[in-house]
Design a protein around this ligand. Sequence first.
Ligand SMILES: [Fe+2]
Length: 349
Amino acid sequence: MRLLIVDDSRSSLALIGSIVKEAVMGEIALCLNPLEALGWCDERQYDLVIVDHVMPEMDGVAFTAALRARPAYRTVPIIMVTSDNDRVVRIEAIKAGATDFLHKPFDPIELQARVANLLALRQAQVELADRAQWLAREVERATAHLLAREEEIIYRLARAIEYRDGDTGEHVSRVALISQLIGEGIGLPPERCRMIYLAAPLHDIGKIGIADAILSKPGRLTPEEMAIMREHVSIGARILERGSSDLIRTAELIAQSHHEKWDGTGYPDRLSGTDIPIEARIVALADVFDALCSERPYKPAWPIEKAYAEIVRCSGTHFDPQCVAAFRGKWPQICDLMQSHAPAQAIGA
Ligand SMILES: [Fe+2]
């Protein structure tokens, strides 16, 4: 505990210092000038301040107010020493933030008792603040750990769905990364881009409910099979419905609407324009682009420049023009990504 005594009278300063010294274990600093004392307070943390009321450079009330304006001194006990019982001065001092008063001449026992009590209070404050900080850090760490586990489980679930769909899991990684880049290009806040990145891998989770004969059919689907295949969006939304986290709620939006088209010709609800959630508009583009770049049983992988041209061509029909503009703006990063996460061979190829 560190104690600071501020008094313009050298004799008063020495007297208070000697009385307090008998009761306090710790450092006691004595200062004749309140302005200088404020400078000391800026340089180090004191745990109790005793200040005289009447001083030429700055009175005790102004000193107290100046000290209380400093965040590090909002709760530090301040004792003001006054020569009389002037009610106005006491009210001003209380308004400025004084914790307690002492009247001259002092009773040494009373002074020691007040100082000891206020230092005990300060000690408890410091311990409480330390404990609160420690708890906040622990909660932060535990929350981050929980989030990381949720993200990992979702990612592994998405990869499992990919394997069933005949891919190696890299498609979901690329769709997630491209979606995040598009979100950034649109100017969405970083935390929303991160949410889209995490939720995008679940866009096709509904394929888990589609029969293998359709899901793994080598060749184009018949219209009847296509109708069944399209059910993967509503199955996915049902799997994810009423989620308790933002991540699952975002994943539900994406699963439900990633096959909607900007011009209203998509499925399942034929939503158009901004009626389609932005998260789904973004993932729709990333999903189609990556599918074009990947080999499928019914088509070879397209060169990325050809897939890029197709995305641009479909701006305003299939895709949100704003998403396409962001996609174009992020093209160098998307090219790098497609090289570092190269599309895998299709099943049966
Ligand atoms: Fe899909």
